[in-house]
Every structure is written in C-alpha cells, then in structure tokens.
Design a protein around this ligand. Sequence first.
Ligand code: PLP
Length: 387
Amino acid sequence: MTANNNAGFNTRAVHAGQAFEPRTGAVVPPLHFSTTYAQDGIGNLRSGYEYGRGGNPTRDALQEQLAALEGGSAAFSFGSGLAAEDSLIRALARPGDHIVLGNDAYGGTYRLINRVLGDWGIGNTPVDMSDLDAVAAAVRANKTRIVWVETPSNPMMKITDIEALAAVAHDAGALLVVDNTFASPYLQTPLALGADVVVHSTTKYIGGHSDVVGGALVVKDAELAEKIGFIQFAVGAVSGPMDAFLTTRGLKTLGVRMDRHSENGQAVAEWLLQRPEVEAVLYPGLPDHPGHDLAAKQMKKFGGMVSVQFKGGEAAARSVAENTTVFTLAESLGGIESLMNYPSEMTHASVKGTELAVPVNLLRLSCGIEEAADLIADLEQAFAKIG
Ligand SMILES: *Cc1c(COP(=O)(O)O)cnc(C)c1O
C-alpha cells in the first residue's frame, strides 16, 4: 500500500514513499544507483528523472517518507546534517542578514554559522532560547532572517516553547528553524507548532543504527520548498543512493525504537537522580526539570538523551566515561546501542572557551534499546570506580 497522510505515525513510517516496485512486485523498493536516465527523444523524460544530483528514486522515497512523518509538503535529503544546514542558510540568508540561535546550539551548527558563514557576511547572536524576552530583543537588534532552535537542546536538555518562539520570529519577519534531531518526528512535529523549517541530522535517531551519515530539511510552504530545492540541486550536497536507502530502512522503525529509547532514558534518569555522586540530572521526563510541563505538552514522550553532572567535577565525569562497558565512549547519539559522550572535549570541543562552552562535569548519555537493567548495572559499576 501507499500511506495517505492521515494514517497513524507507524503506518506512514513503514509505507510513505515505499510503494512496491510495479514490474516485479518487489515489496522493498529497489536501490537505484544509476546516475543518468535514458531519454525518449531530447528532453523527453520517462518519469522526470534526468541526472542523479537533480533526482534519484531512492532519495525521493526517503524524502517522501520524511515529509509524511514531519507533516511537511516537501523534504530534502543531504549528505550530512551540516550540509543540510549550510544549504538552508544559503537558501534563506544574504550578506547583512542575521541569525539568532540558542546559546547551547550543537557545536557544529555554531561553528558553521560563526566561523564559515560569518566570513560571508552573515551575523549571529547566541541567546538563551528558553527566555523569550531575550530572544525577542536579540531578534529586533539586527536584520534577523532566521531564528534557530534545538529543543531539547544538546547537551543541556533545555526545552523551548516552539509555538511561542514561532510567534516571536514571525512578528519580526523572521523564519523559525527547528533542529528536531533530538526529538525526531515521532516525539515532536515542529511544523504543526508553527515552525517554518525542520532540520535533521538523520545520522542520529532517524537512521538509528550508527551506520549512515545524513541530513534533511522539511518544509510546508511551497515557495520555501522551491528555494531549498534549487540550492539542493545547484550546490549539490545530496545524499547518495546507498545512504538514502539505509536511512529509509532506519526510519521505518523509528516509532518502536523511540518508545524503547524513551523508556530507557526515563529509567536511567530516575536511577541517576537517587545517586549521591550526582549533582544534577538533565532529563525533561523528570517532574522537577524546568521544561517538564512544556515538554509534556509539545512532545509525545521524553526521548533517550540524558545529561548528568557530577559533584566530583571533571575527574568524576571523566572516570565514569572511561569505565563503562555497555555504554560505548563515542561521539554521536540516537543509535540502538548506548553511547557515552564527554561533550566539553568531544562533540562540543569546537565551542570550548566560547559562551557556548559545556560544563566540564557533564556527561551526555544516549540510551540505546538494550535492557534498562543492564544500562543501570553498567553505570553502577562505573560509579564504583570514581576515585
Ligand atoms: C549531529 C548533529 C548535527 C550535525 O549533523 P551531522 O550529520 O553530523 O552533519 C546537527 N544538529 C544536532 C542536534 C546534531 O546532534
């Protein structure tokens, strides 16, 4: 079948863009590697396909699936999350324009905006996105074209009110971009809350198996879709067919994985909260998290990402990071296997010494889909080794 957009999330995840192959009936659409397509007379294309950068059926299948899951009219798949971000900003901003972004934005996003696009005349102001008055002031202080938010944010797990932030951006004539990598469309659909563009590093929960790097943009508005489509084609940072195929395969099971990631995240966060070594647990599923009520309103569940700060400072955080065996010490997140990250030296090393720097006593846990009891036992034995 092909899913209509009123079908439930998991039905759309399995079926959107995934119609069986008409010639053979193959249930899984074939992976198309061809870079070019035969023409029946000059310019007479069989089904719109001409050249692989402009269009590829495997990439289209992923794009259709992504649009259906985020509630967009169009989606665009790129070679990485940062390639998607770069193309988006080229599509929307010109020299002299300004971007207001979260002061705990993903380090690579800040590096792209500040150190690459800054040289092309695009300014930026980092601000605490959970403080809407501060955001409004920052937006008005410049010719702001884009307001850029991650919620939950990485790795501080701050929650921002997407609907309210969209109003702030739109009042000033700016667009709201939401990096939905941490929540994934199963837990949160920003376009339905007024956002203009959703960004993903599909490398994380969407791919879900730590075996493919990719990025995506999803929009509702046709004019925006046309601008982004032009840049995707003209700049060419598209995902390859094999990458698109793997990402589609991952995306089909997103809902069942996110249910499990969320259960494990909650169990690990509640265990951490009881521990004397812990100074703070940053997880929106905990009732005393400052964004708990808002997260409960705009998210379906709270996800698998948990940050924790240690009373024993940097030494305790480093010791735990280096002594787990089920959690693997590695960058990235969102895969079925649990990962442990020390952001200030790993994922967020690029913002060390800036106002976006991450506390040195903080670890970020990506809770996988293993048994929660095994994750907790692993943390327990690592905690016992804190010097
Ligand atoms: C990883 C990540 C990115 C960048 O994506 P890549 O696929 O690594 O280029 C952007 N935003 C967030 C929140 C991320 O976690």
